[in-house]
Write a protein that binds this ligand. Structure first.
Ligand code: ZN
Length: 199
């Protein structure tokens, strides 16, 4: 089932996710719905906060992107990133390398807004998979960027927080408008919230 994607101005986006303690049917259903929602929106990643669930759960699938390569190691072994997609990660912890790179980034919670964002070129993530086992993922390229973006979401951090002050200034009027629209929707249109799975 596709879920409604929360937009900038929704308080769930600023909340730090709670740890997922038990991988039960509700968590499995949420992860499936998040994958469907991400794909339906042509996204490459989605965090639980973006569908209104304040949990340490994110999904990533970069396999449709041809022009921005990635490399990946799974528990220390080099693998083809596309063969590992989609990733469903619970309770991730991230470490990043010192080298930075700038690339264009968008976010499903900020329709039609994108900006050049500086991120680490290399990231290492330790997380649980849906079977509960711990995995260590090392990534570069687009995958490293997507992991940093999603794990930021799980901690209530948004890509606008990573924009340069000039980039942020150039989108500020659109941000204000989006925030107002979202807040109006939150108070007058409660219907979409009730169709989402409770957890
Ligand atoms: Zn995002």
């Amino acid at each position: 089932m596709k879920l409604s994607i929360r937009k900038y101005g929704d308080p769930a986006l600023r909340a730090k996710g709670k740890r997922v303690v038990e991988i039960d049917n509700a968590v499995r259903e949420l992860a499936d719905n998040m994958l469907e929602t991400m794909r339906g929106a042509n996204g490459i990643g989605l965090a639980a906060q973006q569908v209104g669930q304040v949990l340490q759960l994110t999904v990533v699938d970069i396999s449709a992107v041809e022009d921005r390569p990635s490399s990946m190691a799974w528990n220390g072994k080099e693998v083809d990133p596309k063969e590992q997609m989609p990733l469903i990660l619970l309770n991730p912890q991230i470490e990043t390398g010192p080298e930075k790179g700038v690339a264009s980034e968008g976010c499903l919670s900020f329709p039609e807004i994108s900006a050049e964002i500086e991120r680490a070129e290399w990231a290492k993530v330790r997380a649980q998979t849906m079977t509960g086992e711990m995995v260590e993922i090392e990534a570069t390229g687009l995958l490293a960027r997507a992991l940093q973006h999603e794990i930021d979401h799980l901690n209530g951090i948004l890509f606008i927080d990573r924009m340069s002050s000039a980039a942020r200034a150039s989108v500020s009027s659109r941000l204000k408008r989006l925030q107002k629209e979202t807040q109006r929707g939150l108070t007058t249109n409660r219907q979409p919230r009730t169709v989402e799975p409770a957890l």
